[in-house]
Design a protein around this ligand. Structure first.
Ligand SMILES: Cc1cc2nc3c(=O)[nH]c(=O)nc-3n(C[C@H](O)[C@H](O)[C@H](O)COP(=O)(O)O)c2cc1C
Length: 308
């Protein structure tokens, strides 16, 4: 491939949301999955899983829940998950206790999942298909997770669907390269450059106002704020949270549905109780926080199934 060929290939990337009815040949699906697994991965760990949605009713339901009907219409549909559960099982199989690294686990598992899935999308585009990433999964995270029966240490990053386009190609703009490429040190953009980015991106929106489009997601009151609350609760429930203070531990207990908390001295140590009408969980430890964390751990395990 010449440099021009490579550029032309990437210029022909475009996201598709309308698909023809088409059954992906088995050998093409094999290529997609092969490409995904050949992606680089942090420390060889492969911290990701793809849940392929095969049941048409499930695909329709997830399309509905996430506001992305292309989940159902594409030839193949996946929910791309960050997954540290399998890694923990590998460690435990040889007797190594799993470490305490929740923030790094989120960081590297999302990185792994994105690299694998983007490899898959590129392979699909090489075969002439087109696809769509679907972050809309975050609009119905608990529901999707329950439908997919995800265990702890696993959470969806996004959906990815692939198929044969039933819409005209549309090349969408990007901001100027000078804004994304920094040499040796970060260079703050000027006001004029920000205006330039707004002008460059204007054609992507119906009303010609990129900031207005972004605001619907990222400004005060935008959809990301609501997603963030759910995501934080999901990460805490799935075992991805750093609890360093008593305040944070109490917030975690509340997330699990327990607002009634008792901590008391017991012998040399402490005892914590988390209560609600239908369940109580107890922990012990050398400090109030440790006792509470043990009760939370017990409650977290019991809470599997999202009843809280
Ligand atoms: C992480 C991520 C999440 C996305 N979520 C959605 C989505 O929920 N629904 C959708 O229709 N498109 C979604 N997209 C597609 C983007 O809107 C699209 O990539 C962007 O507008 C640029 O267009 P292009 O890919 O055609 O160049 C998502 C893309 C990414 C990378």
């Amino acid at each position: 491939m010449t440099p021009e060929d490579v550029k032309a290939f990437f210029d022909a990337h475009w996201t598709v949301r309308r698909f023809k009815t088409f059954e992906l040949p088995r050998e093409h699906l094999d290529v997609l999955l092969h490409a995904a697994q050949r992606a680089p991965t942090d420390a060889t760990a492969q911290m990701y899983s793809f849940v392929q949605l095969r049941d048409p009713a499930l695909r329709a339901r997830i399309g509905e829940l996430t506001g992305n009907p292309h989940f159902a219409a594409a030839s193949v549909a996946f929910v791309v998950c960050a997954d540290v559960y399998r890694l923990r099982r590998v460690l435990e199989a040889r007797g190594y206790p799993y470490g305490k690294w929740p923030a790094a686990a989120v960081h590297f598992s999302i990185g792994d999942a994105v690299m694998a899935a983007q490899n898959m999308l590129i392979a699909a585009e090489m075969l002439g298909y087109r696809g769509c990433w679907i972050g809309g999964v975050l609009s119905a995270l608990p529901e999707v997770m329950e439908l997919l029966a995800l265990p702890e240490l696993v959470f969806p990053f996004a959906g990815l669907v692939v198929g044969v386009p039933d819409e005209a190609p549309k090349s969408r703009p990007r901001v100027a390269r000078s804004l994304i490429l920094h040499e040796d040190r970060y260079r703050l953009p000027t006001g004029a450059e920000i205006e330039g980015a707004l002008a460059d991106m204007a054609p992507i929106t119906a009303r010609g106002d990129w900031a207005q489009t972004l605001a619907g997601y990222f400004a005060l009151g935008g959809t990301m704020e609501a997603r963030d609350v759910t995501l934080q609760a999901v990460l805490a429930r799935q075992g991805f949270s750093h609890v360093r203070s008593f305040d944070e531990a109490f917030a975690r207990a509340e997330t699990l549905g327990f607002a009634d908390l008792r901590v008391r001295r017991r012998g040399e140590g402490f005892e914590a109780w988390l209560d609600r009408v239908e369940a109580a969980h107890r922990g012990e430890g050398n400090s109030p926080l440790q006792a509470l964390l043990e009760a939370i751990e017990d409650a977290s395990q019991a809470a599997h199934g999202w009843e809280g």
